[in-house]
Write a protein of this length. Structure first.
Length: 439
């Protein structure tokens, strides 16, 4: 278990300048954490490169982007994309003529999945095929990138890959019960973890979320060596999650969303950074706060920890700008509902005996319980109902603020990182936002 190491001070160093190179190791889809780093690289005048995960043909085979898709992706990134498919994971890989893991689980049903068994000897062969495919693609991309980086340049590799859930119908139904279900529809996350289906998913999470960071570091050894020999420096960052310190009972306390099924993979990501760091490579995982995204919306209640950021904005010197954020959030609530009442409800939720049970850092990630689901999902639903428009939520506004704060924190801390794993909690996010908006 990685020691909790929060970033407490605004980073002051920046080694990146015009002509240096920024590489986004992951594809931009919509607005998310990665955009913050891209924005900072653009401000610094860096040359921006990206990759693509590719696309799937109807038969499941992986292909490069079409000319039209490539043009759209490059416009979105604001830089050149190496059109070599870098789809992570192995759920659709297999030795020729044999079933993929997705094929193997496609016949599972809601009635059978907990007892259905899988051939993990074959699954391991599929994993080996997927890893080899991915590493070969990394080598091809880096050989193309190599010739585009001048001696003595500083290079920033930003890893953004995460996920790994196989696309099968049965999992959507399972997820609805584990992450959204309460009462008779509640299902323990332990039932998934203990099943063969869960074991497969956790293996794929490890490959997509964690091991791709290791493959990136290994695959760029030649570039890193040349830069360091010619006066440049190379940095690596990745996005982690391992709970967040938020204001509870007047002080910053660690808390987490439960059940976070990718928790083991995120800890493996931390370990990969620590191993690289021990070998002299400046690789840092930044554990970022909970926000609302298209992919996180399945986790009902994950957004509840966002609300105390409003109090942090005032406490960390946000001044008139912080007051403006409160007013903007109040305007999203129905008449008769006050922001103060909402925050009181969140405080009561966080100090409840049920939630205290899950503030156990050493036991992370913990399984969910029926009591947790009742409280968390019920609180989430009740707060959503306080809004004028369910499609215009306070948590959307606060998520955007978190994205705005994390970009400069990660970008500048990467110049002289203090540790292979750092937490960006609500205190440092609020300080960074106050600094940005005081100018």
């Amino acid at each position: 278990m990685t020691a909790l190491t929060p970033l407490r001070n605004i980073p002051q160093v920046n080694i990146f300048r015009k002509g240096d190179v920024f590489v986004l190791f992951g594809e931009l889809f919509g607005r998310g954490y990665a955009n913050g780093l891209v924005d900072e690289a653009r401000k610094a005048g860096m040359t921006i490169y990206g990759i693509t995960v590719g696309r799937r043909n109807e038969d499941g085979s992986l292909r490069a982007l079409t000319d039209e898709e490539l043009a759209t992706a490059e416009a979105n990134l604001g830089g050149k994309i190496f059109n070599v498919p870098l789809m992570a994971g192995f759920d659709l890989d297999a030795p020729a003529g044999t079933p993929t893991p997705t094929d193997m689980i496609s016949e599972m049903t809601l009635k059978s999945w907990q007892t259905d068994t899988l051939d993990f000897t074959h699954i391991e062969k599929c994993r080996e095929v997927g890893v080899r495919r991915f590493k070969d693609a990394v080598a091809k991309v880096m050989s193309e990138l190599e010739g585009k980086i001048k001696d003595g340049s500083n290079v920033f590799f930003a890893h953004t890959m995460a996920g790994g859930i196989p696309k099968v119908k049965v999992f959507l139904a399972i997820a609805n019960r584990i992450y959204k279900g309460r009462g008779e529809r509640f299902q323990s996350s332990r039932t998934l973890v203990d099943s063969d289906l869960g074991r497969l998913i956790l293996m794929n999470f490890n490959e997509v979320t964690a091991n791709t960071f290791k493959y990136l570091i290994e695959g760029t050894a030649a570039i890193r060596s040349r830069m360091e020999k010619t006066g440049g420096q190379v940095r690596y960052t990745a996005y982690g999650y391992h709970g967040t310190e938020i204001l509870i009972d007047g002080k910053y306390q660690w808390q987490t969303y439960t059940n976070y099924t990718q928790g083991q993979a995120k800890m493996l990501l931390e370990q990969n950074a620590e191993q690289a760091w021990a070998q002299g490579v400046k690789a840092t995982v930044f554990n970022c706060p909970e926000i609302r995204t298209n992919s996180s919306d399945i986790f009902v209640g994950v957004e509840l920890s966002l609300f105390p950021l409003l109090t942090a904005l005032k406490q960390e010197g946000g001044g008139a700008w912080a007051d403006a954020q409160w007013n903007a959030c109040q305007s999203l609530l129905q008449p008769g509902n006050s922001l103060e009442d909402l925050l009181k409800r969140i405080e009561d939720y966080n100090v409840s005996d049920t939630m205290k049970t899950f503030r156990n850092y050493a036991a992370w990630p913990m399984d969910n319980t029926a009591a947790l689901a009742d409280l968390m999902i019920g609180t989430s639903d009740a707060i959503t109902d306080m809004h004028v428009d369910r499609k215009a939520l306070i948590t959307d506004h606060l998520s955007a603020l978190v994205l705005e704060g994390t970009g400069p924190l990660m970008f500048h801390e990467a110049s002289a990182p203090a540790s292979p794993v750092l937490w960006l909690n609500h205190d440092i996010i609020a300080k960074q936002l106050a600094l940005i908006h005081s100018k």
